[in-house]
Design a protein around this ligand. Structure first.
Ligand code: CUA
Length: 335
């Protein structure tokens, strides 16, 4: 009787575990992978998930079976018979978890080493985070005597890139779901992550560390292009940095300002800073320029000083600032 129960119990557990593991694997939970690293991260994820699902199902299956099968009959108030340990069972429940945890540790170590492997002479992109924007700097790409700095991450396909992250204020976290790699950005230190994009397209850059009022809007985009398109993009950035103009102002606004400010023309709805359709209505060029470069000079009613970054004079070239001012004047009907 006892042996039969144990066999039945085990079979129920295994059947439930197998069924749940199949359900877990065949539902498409994860976004389409788009980097070399995604393969290693996904296989680690599924290894751990399947082990967890199977262990949970076996435990839950056995518990359920025991509740159903060994229920005390009505009126039975006896204590159960005493148990004095079971060496065989104790060895099994020590050995199985030890093996499982060791397998997970070794596989994760290999996956991490493979995912972070970088070739000699690889490209580096510096990722700077602040409440509530991302900035990407290409130290090897010169634009008008400054390294190329943009609000969107543009990378050539099939090239491993090292992202060096830092923060100007609180902790943020860089994440592109399709690339799987995720890393915190912390003020005062450089953290690193590696990505080798393998799919062309545009992917969201998401902040995954609660960092303040604008956290949910702290988004940018990562664009993966062919090497030829990448070179053309760099040239275009050089041309825009030389020429400025409101077209570039529009692009800069979308990348740098929209997550905090509402502006009808740009379709942005940020609430962290003043609504620019109101705050800049009828403003002149000097006021717009001052509001960008010295944000604490005049504080709109209901807002506080020290919230908007005060380093846009370092971040933008002069033609870029001119372009942004021009764009804002056009968009709000000032000038
Ligand atoms: Cu930055 Cu959340």
């Amino acid at each position: 009787m006892r042996k039969r129960s144990i066999i039945q119990m085990t079979l129920v557990g295994v059947a439930v575990g197998a069924a749940l593991a199949v359900v877990a694997v065949f539902i498409p939970w994860l976004p389409e992978p788009a980097s070399d690293q995604a393969g290693w991260i996904d296989s680690t994820y599924w290894l751990v998930t399947i082990i967890c699902v199977a262990v949970f199902a076996v435990v839950a299956g056995v518990s359920g079976y025991a509740v159903w099968k060994f229920r005390a009959p009505p009126g039975d108030t006896d204590d159960g018979s005493p148990i004095h340990g079971h060496t065989g069972l104790e060895i099994v429940w020590t050995l199985i978890p030890t093996v499982l945890v060791t397998v997970i540790a070794v596989y994760s170590g290999v996956a991490l080493a493979q995912a972070e492997d970088l070739p000699e002479g690889h490209r580096v992109v510096e990722v700077t985070s602040e409440q509530f924007a991302w900035t990407f700097t290409y130290p090897d790409v010169d634009v008008e005597g400054q390294p190329l700095t943009t609000g969107e991450l543009v990378l050539p396909i099939d090239e491993a890139v090292e992202l060096v992250l830092t923060s100007k204020d609180v902790i943020h976290s860089f994440w592109v779901p399709e690339w799987r790699m995720k890393q915190d950005a912390v003020k005062g230190i450089d953290t690193r992550t590696v990505v080798k994009p393998t799919e062309l397209g545009t992917f969201p850059v998401i902040c995954t560390e609660l960092c303040g009022l604008g956290h949910a809007l702290m988004r940018s985009q990562a664009r993966v292009v062919t090497p030829g398109e990448f070179d053309a993009w760099v040239e275009e950035q050089r041309r825009l940095a030389r020429e400025g103009g409101s077209i570039q102002g529009q692009e800069l606004f979308a990348q740098q300002c929209g997550s905090c400010h509402t502006l009808a023309e740009a379709g942005t709805e940020g609430q962290v800073g003043p609504d620019l359709d109101e705050a800049l209505q009828g403003a002149d060029e000097d006021f717009v320029r001052e509001s960008i470069l010295e944000p604490d000079a005049v504080i709109a009613e209901g807002f506080e000083a020290g919230v908007m970054p005060d380093n846009y004079d370092e971040l933008f070239t002069d033609p870029q600032v001119d372009g942004l001012v021009e764009y804002l004047l056009e968009a709000t009907g000032g000038g």
